[in-house]
Design a protein. Structure first.
Length: 156
């Protein structure tokens, strides 16, 4: 083989490599185009993610406001529970006072009426109105005595 033939064979190989390189370059251009499209899509996804992040920040703000409102409701409920407890205690105390008053005053007045019942029967000849006045006066005296003692207790 002569040098010329060798050079022509090398030239043919190099020409074939050039053609292959052109094909490879076309493929690379195709890959580059696909990469550009993928980059565009990624930019779109990034925009969507930024919008989603903004919406999530909005939701977080709403949740923080809701949490603040719930804290306010909770403190109001605590105050209402305390008021209810004080009311229940006052009611228990008032019922105890009423019960004590009924036991002391009413029982005493009933005892007076029961003690005087026999006297009333024995004294049927005495005008009933006079006897009623006496018993009513005793009841009034008991009631006034109780009121005076209450006033003394409240002012002492």
């Amino acid at each position: 083989m002569t040098d010329r033939q060798i050079l022509e064979a090398i030239f043919a190989e190099v020409k074939g490599l050039g053609t292959r390189m052109d094909g490879f370059e076309c493929q690379m251009d195709g890959f580059e185009g696909r990469m550009d499209r993928m980059e565009g899509r990624m930019d779109g996804f990034k925009g969507q993610m930024d919008r989603m992040e903004g919406r999530m920040d909005g939701f977080k703000g709403q949740m923080d406001r809701m949490e603040g409102r719930m804290d306010g409701f909770e403190s109001r409920m605590d105050r209402m529970e305390k008021r209810q407890e004080r009311f229940e205690e006052e009611t228990r105390n008032n019922f105890a006072d009423i019960k004590l008053h009924l036991e002391n005053i009413t029982d005493r007045n009933l005892s007076i009426l029961a003690e005087n019942y026999q006297n009333v029967i024995d004294k049927m000849n005495v005008p009933i109105t006079w006897m009623n006045r006496v018993m009513m006066n005793e009841i009034r005296i008991n009631s006034l005595t109780e009121r005076v003692s209450q006033l003394e207790q409240s002012h002492s």
